[in-house]
Design a protein around this ligand. Structure first.
Ligand code: KIV
Ligand code: NA
Length: 265
């Protein structure tokens, strides 16, 4: 398998070949995911929840993101690596956002991800024009769970759907080259995916996206607490972690995971 590149991801989106993405936080798992054919690894700020035991992602530091990004980059040589910009690392100014994006990039992230639409356009343009690819994240955005009033599906109302579509379009115009859609009605996510020239990766956003992402610990059945309906435990029926990850990749590629009636909104 050749290393995954940006042109390859764009080609997969254009050709309807599904993209399998999982979060990853260390070198051992990075190696397992790489061997299993995972296309994209996200060093997610969900590490605040699954590694640190925090109830939200807002307290995750740049230092934590740098530490885990370096580990994942060392353990992988095929997958495309996305590093999350944590809360308060890209909010104050586009210059500060660039500095933090560059730190992740220097340690091996191929792309950085940031949450939100509208106010992020300028930042995305600033970072991408200077040579670091950006993945946007719309729909339910965990860093703003407080202002969103809880874990809620986004884009359900007509106005909400219109805003989501506008934000997605603007982010593409600003230079974003991938988009994560979280907890969005499947029909809306499918419409957005078909209208954009960049891969759209869904989590709780239906099977009509260009690909899927799950939190690694959720799909291995080892995360505690609340389990959203879009999670499936791939260790059920698997005899090893390697097999569970391979089955996830196979099911995403085949379009048999997720099932909208079961995992969707
Ligand atoms: O941090 C994370 O795990 C994420 C995914 C849920 C998309 O941002
Ligand atoms: Na995240």
């Amino acid at each position: 398998r050749k290393p995954v590149t940006l042109p390859r991801l764009l080609e997969m989106h254009a050709g309807g070949e599904k993209i399998a993405m999982l979060t990853c936080y260390d070198a051992s798992f990075a190696h397992v995911l790489d061997e299993a054919g995972v296309d994209v690894m996200l060093v997610g700020d969900s590490l605040g929840n699954v590694l640190h035991g925090a109830s939200s992602t807002v307290a995750v530091s740049m230092d934590s993101m740098l530490y885990h990004t370096r580990s994942v980059a060392r353990g992988s040589n095929k997958a495309w690596i996305v590093g999350d910009l944590p809360f308060d690392s890209y909010h104050a100014s586009k210059e500060e956002a660039w500095k933090n994006a560059a730190e992740l990039f220097k340690l091996g992230a191929h792309m950085v991800k940031l949450e939100g639409g509208g106010w992020t356009n300028e930042t995305v343009r600033f970072i991408t024009e200077r040579g670091i690819p950006v993945c946007a994240h719309l729909g339910f955005t965990p860093q703003t769970v407080t202002s969103l009033g809880g874990f809620k599906v986004q884009g359900r109302s007509e106005a909400g759907a219109a805003l989501l579509k506008r934000h997605a379009q603007e982010l593409v115009e600003a230079g974003a080259q991938m988009l994560v859609l979280e907890m969005v009605p499947a029909a809306l996510a499918k419409e957005i995916t078909e209208s954009l020239p960049i891969p759209v990766i869904g989590i709780g956003a239906g099977v009509g996206c260009s690909g899927q992402v799950l939190v690694l610990h959720d799909m291995l059945g080892i995360s505690h607490g609340r389990h959203p309906r879009f999670v499936r435990n791939f260790m059920e029926g698997s005899s090893s972690i390697q097999q569970a990850v391979r089955r996830y990749v196979e099911e995403v590629k085949a379009g048999t995971f997720p099932v909208d009636a079961v995992h969707g909104f």
